[in-house]
Design a protein around this ligand. Structure first.
Ligand code: GLC
Length: 545
């Protein structure tokens, strides 16, 4: 086993409540994951990353954690966790768990204690409590807004206010408090001792804050995109002291445990999260926000390759996750060329009607984009269901929406439930094989066509493309990467010196392929012409006759 397995791993993200339910409560669980190890193994991934499975009231899909060292009883027990890890490990699949250090839930024992404790007490010091402004302190301490909308402050019953950069059920921790720091070290060891191979660090750029008063008003806060470490709330330089301490813990283990940061920071500052005295990787969300356009992809790939090279790190490629509209859908929305994020948000708000989604086009491009990222150096993070080519569910009735973003934005943002609908395993049955009960989010009829069973029966399905591509990808060696001197518009062509060429046609016309042998393609290829919206893996040389 190499200790830097993560550097070019294919990691598959499981959103446990929506993956597989071994019972009948309609909520996916850990035994469900264990039962699907053969499926995960057949996919050819190196690791799974599990979104939170800890006890939670699900105010934010589990990212509101009541207890960091336990399993939600609805999802199983610690014994189930151990069995799942053992089953995954025996299939050669490593396990990454999600750690949420910026905030606890409001049901965490510390927060209950803080609410019951007086002002200025040690219990309140674990969080960020402040007096309000105006007569009787009835106004929030500042005008800061939470990421989900509305004030970032909520009032405790005794009138003091506490900070929550996300939902009010997610009070921010005070990382200047030594007890908070020590407790997270205990949590890291708790899971590392149970055999966990790595951690995904939620909101890694948020932990340390400069909360000296007076607070800077929102209008005067620096833009995070060009932040220089002086923003009071995000991406402060001293956050790295925490990760240096964590790194010492990771390195106590053999093999060392790894960590990947969710750091939503200026690209020029991303590398600060990785290094020998920091975390191992930081997610790069650049491609996830790119329109289907060769120049955009090229610029973002260049930036990531250059940044990671200069930091001595490895790249991370992400097209979908539990927070964004699925990439098959993003690429099938007309208008998304100009502003993919806003087009997808508007489409969700229209219940998936405007602009009309071209499912086939989106899926075709999604397959091509996936093959492109699978050929790049570094690791790739895949999100459950993308291997089936699943589209976003755009028409979830608003009364069933769980995401706090929907209500806190006053209904102006639909939220992220549409990519969290339970996976279809079979083409029939009440929940397409997900559960014996009613799934916690309803699955649309069209899921039948995208089920694992349907796709296993079709050699040209998205699932089969992922399986074959992942198997081939495992033969790619080294970190070498170079653009070919190809100059055709809307065509990207790069070379992996110890592997093969990868050519993507983003345009609307077929383009001739150079001399050589086709290894694999995201769509059928005729007459040595690369069709629109297609990626090919290719060995240059003489074309076999
Ligand atoms: C991260 C998670 C997201 C969650 C937020 C607050 O961005 O990916 O799902 O809502 O953190 O924990």
């Amino acid at each position: 086993m190499t200790s830097d397995w993560w550097a070019d791993a294919a990691v598959y993200q499981i959103y446990p409540r929506s993956f597989a339910d071994s019972g009948d409560d309609g909520l996916g669980d850990l035994r469900g994951v264990t039962s699907r190890v053969p499926y995960l193994s057949s996919l050819g991934i190196d690791a799974v990353w599990l979104s939170p499975f800890y006890p939670s009231a699900l105010a934010d899909g589990g990212y509101d954690v009541d207890d960091y060292r336990d399993v939600d009883p609805r999802l199983g027990t610690l014994d189930d966790f151990d069995e799942m890890v053992a089953a995954l490990h025996s299939a050669g699949i490593r396990v990454i768990v999600d750690l949420v250090p910026n905030h606890t839930s409001d049901r965490h024992a510390w927060f209950t204690e803080a609410l019951a404790a007086p002002k200025d007490s040690p219990a309140r010091d674990r969080y960020v409590f402040r007096d309000g402004t105006g007569p009787d302190g009835a106004g929030p301490p500042s005008d800061w807004q939470s990421i989900f909308g509305g004030s970032a402050w909520a009032q405790a019953p005794d009138g003091q206010w506490y900070l929550h950069m996300f939902a009010p059920e997610q009070p921010d921790l005070n990382w200047d408090n030594p007890e908070v720091r020590a407790d997270f070290l205990t949590t890291l060891r708790f899971w590392a001792d149970r055999g966990v191979d790595g951690f995904r660090i939620d909101v890694a750029h948020g932990l340390t804050k400069d909360l000296t008063e007076p607070f800077t008003p929102t209008a005067e806060l620096p833009d995070l995109a060009d932040a220089d470490g002086t923003h009071p709330l995000w991406d402060r330089d001293e956050v790295h002291d925490i990760y240096a301490e964590w790194r010492r813990v990771f390195d106590e283990y053999d093999p060392p445990r790894m960590a990947v940061a969710e750091a939503c920071v200026a690209p020029s500052r991303r590398h600060r999260y990785v290094g020998v005295d920091g975390l191992h990787q930081a997610f790069n969300f650049d491609l996830l926000e790119a329109a289907w356009d060769a120049e955009e992809f090229r610029a973002r790939i260049d930036r990531q390759v250059a940044d990671t090279e200069s930091a001595g790190a490895s790249a991370t490629w992400v097209l979908s996750n539990h927070d964004v509209v699925r990439h098959a859908t993003r690429y099938g929305l007309p208008g998304a060329e100009d502003n993919p994020r806003e087009t997808a948000a508007a489409w969700l708000l229209s219940d998936g009607t405007e602009p009309p989604l071209d499912r086939d086009l989106g899926l075709r491009r999604a397959r091509a984009a996936t093959l492109l990222t699978l050929a790049l150096p570094g690791s790739v993070y895949l999100y459950q269901g993308e291997e089936l080519g699943l589209h976003e569910v755009g028409d979830l009735p608003t009364e069933l929406i769980h995401d706090p973003e929907f209500r806190r934005s006053g209904g102006t943002r639909k939220g992220r439930d549409g990519c969290r609908v339970p996976i279809p395993w079979t083409s029939n049955g009440p929940s397409f094989g997900f559960s014996r009960g009613t799934p916690h989010l309803p699955q649309p009829e069209w899921f039948a066509d995208y089920s694992v069973a349907a796709e296993e029966a079709d050699p040209h399905s998205t699932l089969e493309i992922y399986r074959r591509a992942l198997a081939l990808r495992s033969k790619l060696r080294g970190r070498g990467f170079a653009w070919h001197d190809e100059t055709r518009p809307q065509v990207l062509h790069f070379v992996r010196p110890e592997g093969w060429d990868c050519i993507t046609n983003f345009g609307s016309q077929p383009v001739p392929l150079p001399e050589g042998t086709i290894l694999f393609a995201s769509a059928p290829i005729d007459a040595h012409l690369l069709p629109p919206n297609t990626t090919v893996w290719f060995l240059s040389g003489e074309t076999p006759t």
